[in-house]
Write a protein that binds this ligand. Structure first.
Ligand code: PLP
Length: 352
């Protein structure tokens, strides 16, 4: 079955243990939702509570420890699941948005009961990567489930050069990523993996008399998604990996990171331009300094002008309270010439 083959390739590329289950969902939002649904059910089951029949009413108090730099889709997934915002324990992050392991340890020490830790590989602004191996070690010492939101950052694992950034990723319990970001397949293609296939199936699976289900040992795609009807997302993923191969995927990821580094270097060298992050992955945050001191307003104006100019498209963002331009390099066709033309256009817009 295509999903099984593509899922096996993905697990290998992303450095996950063999035997993980995989679901092909719409994006990282739904991958986070699916994984957290499995996690909530499983940590409560281990605590003697059956979410299936009792729901969350009267359940043991659940804590979800997540970095301050987490993506909003984590909070949104928890909202969908009926896990209130009060259950979220924000864990201190460093200036790049990386969760601090010591802060996680002390937060875990301060409570008890079922817990889920959400690590992140790839901050949506800075691209920063949480120390996932350390996080897994500390979380597992406390009996917590570790979910990794690796929407784009998990693809660092596909590159032998970048893999050290995500060392220990294989130790987590569940993972969310996208194929429609760095693998460049069409939108509507997210992936959820789980180190506990039984729990994954138990949380997501369903049987219906009008459907044809496989034999007990056979994979049924319905068991790994919060969906009934859906398109065959596995084919695009299969085709992309088949065409690129292991080295092609690694080259794609490394090329994008190299180009982000080129953006950072060229922009940082220009007068009145500040690069706010360590460009460790494919993201660059840029701030434009104004003569009148209103750098926020100037930066927003530059972003707007760049969008109108049309040479390239960059979004604006707010990073640690400051306006910034957010550059994200993930397209397979972007090359050095694109970067150089884009830098020239950005600097032109900044000088206007
Ligand atoms: C870290 C992170 N998580 C989740 C998401 C949501 O992904 P999607 O748009 O595929 O649902 C994003 C999107 O950029 C992200 O960067």
């Amino acid at each position: 079955m295509v999903e099984e083959v593509a899922g096996g390739w993905l697990a290998e590329l992303l450095g996950l243990p063999t035997g993980v289950s995989v679901g092909f969902v719409t994006g990282a939002q739904m991958a986070n939702f699916t994984a957290l649904a499995v996690a909530v059910r499983e940590v409560l089951r281990r605590d003697g509570w059956d979410v299936e029949s009792a729901g969350l009413w009267g359940a043991p108090r659940l804590r979800v420890l997540a970095g301050q730099g987490r993506h909003g889709s984590i909070d949104r997934a928890l909202r969908f699941l009926g896990v209130g915002g009060a259950a979220i324990v924000p864990v201190d992050a460093d200036d790049q948005g990386r969760m601090r392991t010591a802060a996680l340890r002390s937060a875990l020490d301060q409570g008890s009961g079922p817990a889920i830790v959400c690590a992140q590989l790839g901050n949506v602004n800075s691209g920063a990567v949480d120390p996932v191996g350390e996080i897994c070690e500390v979380a597992h010492q406390h009996g917590a489930w570790v979910h990794v939101d690796g929407a784009f950052g998990m693809w660092a694992a596909a590159s032998p050069r970048l893999r050290p950034l995500v060392a220990g990723v294989e130790l987590a319990d569940s993972w969310a990523t996208d194929a429609h970001k760095w693998l460049n397949v069409p939108y509507d293609s997210g992936l959820v993996f789980c180190a506990h296939p039984e729990a994954h199936r138990a949380a997501m699976g369903i049987r219906a008399g009008y459907l044809i289900h496989g034999d007990a040992e056979e994979r049924d795609a319905l068991d790994y998604n919060p969906e009934f009807s859906r398109r065959a997302r596995g084919f695009a993923v299969y085709a992309a990996i088949r065409a690129l191969g292991r080295q092609g995927v690694a080259a794609l990821v490394e090329r994008c990171c190299g180009l982000a580094g080129r953006f950072a270097e060229k922009l940082a060298a220009a007068d009145g331009v500040e690069v706010l992050n360590e460009a460790v992955l494919n993201q660059v945050l840029v701030r434009f300094l104004a003569a009148d001191g209103d750098h926020d307003a100037h930066t927003r104006r530059v972003v707007q002008r760049v969008q109108q100019d049309g040479t390239c498209w960059m979004s604006g963002t707010t990073w640690q309270g400051r306006a910034a331009m957010r550059i994200s390099v993930s397209n397979w066709s972007t090359d050095e010439d694109d970067v150089d033309r884009s830098v020239a256009a950005i600097l032109r817009c900044a000088a206007e």
